[in-house]
Design a protein around this ligand. Structure first.
Ligand code: UT7
Length: 323
């Protein structure tokens, strides 16, 4: 296959707020327990943003580090995408707040709202803008402050989520046909709108609202959608699951990750799991996991990395990239 203008992942970085909230801390004020949370989800703790610490603050820390690791100046970026369901304000886009804080731009900048699938969607969009030569350097961020939309009295949801951010720098890769994003898939099915949603918003209630979830229904669909999207991108690239070095899935529940791994035939040793320490950080979970495994040396240059995610909408997606 001749490469025209593939998007190469130049760097990844992430940022977590300082405050750690353990399962024990939640158990002290809710009818839950460390053992329930660990056994049913795989989560041991989560990070929670300080009051006044915004999604853009987390995003910009991850972005600065990603730019410095890539050796790309903020002024050279011509696309900023922030995948988030927890923007600083209803508008303007959190991507423009990140731009201002970085001293970047003027350039194209907008938010991508596909909840937990947001990072896969944002990579898909950035990749297509790079391939069509409208963009050379893209900063793609997943950043969330889900703590702000949780009902802290609802044990069925509040124990699951955390705050954080991750960022990648994508660059038009020239003609190295081995590196870069090989295939993307993104889709949604609005019939499931009510299974995972926030019961507020500027047009419906004029309030911010709280996350509501039909956990069992989400779980049931997650396994088939995540596995389906993964197979779709592998087949589109003319490869097989056996070629994949690392599965970097959205981190929602260890039982979902294990079930998807089994269905695909990817062993646990080749799956990156950060749930225990990060919880579910929605759009930030894939870049946080990618940074963890890239920084600790598990993911190396030349590795084939498969990322997949599913969340509210339902929305789902997958991206296959050669690092
Ligand atoms: O990132 C977006 C995508 N989100 C997801 O992928 C989440 C998908 N869903 C899930 O991960 C799981 O469905 C949950 C972790 C949310 C729930 O696990 P589950 O095994 O499906 O539990 P369940 O909802 O069937 O509840 C089992 C029991 C219930 O009690 P009863 O009715 O059997 O007496 C719940 O009330 O566990 C109870 N329960 C809890 N107990 C202690 C629910 N939450 C808690 C809790 N602590 N935090």
């Amino acid at each position: 296959m001749t490469n025209t203008n593939r998007s190469v992942l130049r760097s990844v970085a992430s940022f977590l707020p300082a405050r750690v909230v353990s399962n024990e801390e939640l158990s002290a004020r809710l009818d839950t327990s460390d053992s329930w949370i660990r056994e049913r989800t795989g989560i041991g703790q989560r990070y929670i943003a300080e009051e006044g610490q915004l999604t853009s603050d987390l995003a910009v820390e991850a972005a600065r580090l990603a730019l410095s690791r890539a050796g790309v100046q903020a002024g050279a970026i011509d696309l900023i995408l922030v995948a988030t369901a927890t923007p600083d304000n209803t508008f303007p886009a959190t991507a423009t707040a990140v731009m201002r804080k970085l001293g970047a731009g003027p350039c194209m900048a907008f938010d991508v709202q596909a909840v937990c699938a947001g990072f896969a969607y944002a990579l898909t969009i950035a990749d297509s803008l790079i391939r069509t030569r409208q963009v050379r350097h893209a900063l793609v961020i997943g950043a969330e402050t889900f703590s702000r939309i949780l009902d802290w009295e609802d044990r069925t949801t509040c124990v699951l989520f955390g705050d954080g951010a991750g960022a990648v720098v994508l660059t038009a890769g020239g003609h190295d046909e081995h590196k870069g994003i090989l295939a993307c898939a993104a889709s949604a099915d609005g019939r499931f709108y009510d299974d995972l949603y926030v019961d507020g918003g500027p047009s419906s209630t004029g309030t911010v609202g709280h996350l509501r979830m039909n956990g069992r229904e989400v779980f049931r669909h997650a396994v088939s959608r995540l596995a389906g999207a993964a197979l779709e991108v592998v087949e589109a690239a003319g490869l097989t699951i056996g070629d994949v070095d690392w599965l970097v899935p959205h981190q929602a529940n260890i039982r979902i990750i294990d079930a998807v791994g089994k269905r695909l035939g990817v062993p646990a040793e080749r799956t990156v799991v950060t749930l225990e320490s990060h919880g579910n950080t929605s759009a930030a979970s894939i870049p946080l996991a990618l940074d963890t495994a890239w920084s600790d040396g598990r993911i190396k240059g030349g590795d084939l990395v498969l990322m997949n995610a599913m969340g509210g909408g339902f929305s789902w997606g997958a991206v296959l990239a050669r690092i």
